[in-house]
Design a protein around this ligand. Structure first.
Ligand SMILES: NC(=O)c1ccc[n+]([C@@H]2O[C@H](COP(=O)([O-])OP(=O)(O)OC[C@H]3O[C@@H](n4cnc5c(N)ncnc54)[C@H](OP(=O)(O)O)[C@@H]3O)[C@@H](O)[C@H]2O)c1
Length: 337
């Protein structure tokens, strides 16, 4: 299978809010999408805005979200701050009438997500969660396989996302004030994957264990769906887990190689054991595919993506709210915080 062509993607001028790790990856991947440009950056400090601007040749440098959102050269704002800051950054862009791509986790909780979605719909602006995995060529192909019915009725979905981090209270992943924890950073990938395949869960069982700062350090969740299908999800900040995913159907199973949430490949094994492997040639990081989706939707006048719908983003935030409620993990921006 070959990846979709990126030659016909409409132009879009990006403004980047936040100059951290993923902002570097996102802007670094955009040159592979020839129609995209970055015209402005927003940072908390002039020095960091200038450093990012110098590194990537970005002309307009701002020191707050509102100024970035009001920049006339910007068509779409990419919100790449820590999760608790997504709400204000995205709201400023929506209020300025800009299209908005918000990093995962979209917000801290479903209540914030609902507010952003409501405001975007009022203002008639495009809004999307930056769940980049959904737009990667191998996941596009997974959806094609599912639509073809080759796997038969889906019985089980399993996926994990674990990474190792040293015990550092300054690390965003461990910092309660920055929305730390495995769930919203890593666990969201397998939860979103399960949602893409099986829809909203009807039942849930979970076991959790806190990290040394009190944020969630490891969580395993089993989700139950109408019709009897189940999803098994693990996420941890303590170890590099296999990061593999499987979709198990009555007729065949599809297994995505590590790291399944990045550009990868998969194998389909029929019930009789016959296996077929699928490769997806790629270059770069892979973040440009979500940027291409924003450009396509904006050019077509769509207010959301059919691949990552806003109601589904809110639903996934609600699932994570319930997991955090059961585990007793609250975050800044929660009603009880
Ligand atoms: N799609 C992916 O593969 C992926 C990967 C990693 C992270 N993410 C998501 O992207 C977001 C950012 O993650 P990251 O790893 O890029 O984080 P990071 O390296 O810590 O960068 C976050 C940036 O946000 C800005 N910021 C605003 N308020 C801040 C505050 N109070 N404390 C710290 N930084 C603040 C800072 O930029 P300024 O100094 O310029 O203001 C900072 O550099 C998170 O929501 C995360 O889940 C996505």
């Amino acid at each position: 299978m070959t990846p979709p062509s990126s030659t016909s993607i409409p132009p879009l001028r990006w403004g980047i809010l936040g100059t951290g790790g993923i902002a570097h990856d996102f802007v670094g991947d955009l040159p592979l999408l020839s129609s995209a440009s970055v015209t402005a950056v927003g940072s908390r400090r002039q020095e960091t805005a200038d450093a990012f601007g110098d590194e990537f040749g970005i002309a307009h440098r701002h020191t707050d979200a509102e100024a970035l959102a009001d920049d006339d050269t910007v068509d779409a704002v990419y919100v790449s701050t820590p999760h608790p800051m997504h709400f204000d950054g995205a709201m400023a862009a929506i209020d300025a009438g800009k299209a908005v791509l918000v990093e995962k986790a979209f917000t801290v909780n479903a209540g914030q997500a609902e507010q952003l979605v409501r405001r975007a719909r009022e203002k008639q602006v495009f809004l999307m969660e930056a769940m980049w995995t959904r737009f990667l060529p191998h996941i596009v192909a997974v959806r094609d396989v599912l639509a073809s019915g080759r796997l038969g009725d889906i019985v089980t979905v399993s996926a994990d996302h674990g990474q190792w981090f040293p015990d550092d209270p300054e690390n965003r992943l461990f910092a309660p004030a920055l929305g730390g924890g495995a769930l919203l950073d890593l666990g969201i990938y397998p939860l979103s994957f399960a949602s893409m395949i099986l829809g909203p869960p009807k039942r849930m069982a979970m076991i959790d264990d806190p990290a040394f700062t009190g944020v969630d350090g490891q969580i395993s969740v089993v989700l139950g769906y109408d019709g009897g299908a189940q999803a098994v999800v693990n996420t941890t900040l303590r170890a590099v887990s296999p990061t593999v995913a499987a979709i198990v159907g009555r007729d065949a199973r599809l297994e995505i190689d590590s790291a399944w949430y990045r550009p990868s490949r998969f194998t389909i094994t029929d019930r009789d054991g016959h296996a077929e492997a699928f490769e997806f040639p790629h270059e770069g990081h892979g973040l440009r595919y979500e940027a291409a989706e924003v450009a396509r939707c904006v050019a077509a006048g769509q207010l959301e993506s059919a691949v990552m719908p806003l109601d589904e983003t809110v639903q996934i935030m609600g699932t994570m709210d319930e997991i955090r409620r059961r585990g007793g993990y609250s975050l800044p921006g929660d009603p009880d915080s």
